[in-house]
Design a protein around this ligand. Structure first.
Ligand SMILES: *Cc1c(COP(=O)(O)O)cnc(C)c1O
Length: 357
């Protein structure tokens, strides 16, 4: 049947990564939620994260949470993207915790939870500089007032998101601002501050360096567990596997061709005017994978001497001149992926998932 392109997931390596991250964090009294959105809420990945010691599974999409539940993953589940009004019934039914930032949404979630007869914990997102979601610290009182009136929506803490939209790096300073805002809201509501959720992979470095404010007791970790990298700080995390995930594609053409196009050059299939360096006649290969499968800017060929030239919807063209073993039709080549390429490949219905251990 359909085999390639393929996204290969090494479940054992993901479990080991989870275990290492959980170990490091638990030495600092921090619990870890495994973030499953990078692989579209794959249930086997979620199970590996839980077996690796994560206290729960966090995902940005209700669709992923529902399908993990249906696949028999018990959770608990946290919704990472502040909820849409149109999905609050699902949140009330399936999520145990949600991040949230709008008063209106809190009131509507309270209604949905009452209807469902189920409680939902909320973590109030606080914007400490990355300018994505979150209340301003001076809204603490206002939001505390709304939460105080809730019966089914339980204030459970505050969270921040750094290194996401603007790439602002988490520091002891901006996380201390988060803690202070949390204390204010907790005072207003009269609930304890159960969670101070200090971000994702980009916050791990503070734990490693021993400078995480002690009040921070939760992290939501995806990239580090799945890829072993920290893109915000541009590093491979030395104690983690960075090869748990690969994309494979099959070669459909190998031929010597000039490296510079013949004829007048207009825009490519995506409206960009490409530029090619003239390197003379080169041995080229085409793999049956393209923009409908993956984000090619995030692919790195694992075979030495293979270099990506470009891709259209379905074809990936590579310079294979410098490879030791000449490629031939039917060969399968492997690529390392970054977060964007992994996300795209797991989302594409044209890419098969193969779990190995
Ligand atoms: C995706 C996401 C995370 C996880 O980020 P990583 O960098 O993959 O660890 C954490 N929090 C929120 C709100 C997210 O959307």
């Amino acid at each position: 049947m359909f085999k390639f392109p393929e996204l290969v997931i090494n479940i054992e390596k993901i479990k080991e990564n989870a275990r290492k991250v959980v170990q490091l964090c638990s030495e600092n009294s921090i619990e870890v939620w495994g973030v499953s959105k990078g692989l579209s809420g794959n249930p086997r990945v979620a199970r590996a994260m839980l077996e690796g010691g994560c206290v729960g599974i966090a995902d940005s999409r209700m669709k992923n949470i529902v399908s993990m539940k249906e696949a028999g993953i018990d959770g608990p589940f946290m919704l990472l993207r502040i909820p849409m009004v149109s999905e609050l019934d699902l949140v009330a039914k399936y999520a145990d915790v949600t991040l949230i930032s709008m008063k209106e949404t809190i009131s509507l979630l309270e209604k949905a939870c009452r209807k469902e007869g189920r409680q939902c914990e909320v973590i109030i997102m606080v914007d400490v500089g990355d300018l994505r979601e979150g209340i301003w610290p001076d809204e603490a009182e206002d939001i505390g007032n709304v939460l105080r009136g809730c019966e089914f929506v339980k204030f459970a803490g505050v969270g921040s998101n750094l290194g996401c939209l603007s790439g602002v790096i988490p520091t002891a300073e901006n996380l201390t601002m988060l803690v202070e805002t949390g204390k204010k809201i907790a005072n207003m509501v009269g609930n304890p501050l159960k969670y101070v959720s200090g971000g994702g992979t980009s916050s791990l470095k503070l734990v490693e360096d021993g400078i995480m404010p002690p009040e921070v007791n939760q992290l939501r970790i995806g990239e580090a567990i799945l890829l072993g990298t920290d893109v915000t700080r541009d590093r491979v995390i030395p104690y983690l596997h960075d090869d748990a995930i690969e994309v494979c594609a099959e070669i459909v053409e190998c031929r010597r061709k000039p490296s510079s196009p013949i004829g007048e050059v207009g825009a490519d299939a995506f409206g960009n005017v490409p530029h090619f360096e003239d390197r003379g006649i080169r041995f080229r290969a085409i793999a049956a994978i393209g923009r409908q499968d993956v984000r090619l800017e995030g692919l790195t060929p694992l075979e030495e001497g293979l270099e990506i030239i470009g891709a259209s919807s379905d074809h990936l063209t590579m310079d294979a001149e410098d490879m030791k073993n000449k490629l031939k039709v039917g060969d399968v080549i492997r690529f390392k992926v970054d977060y964007g390429a992994m996300l795209a490949a797991s989302t594409s219905r044209y890419v098969n998932i193969r779990i190995v251990s």
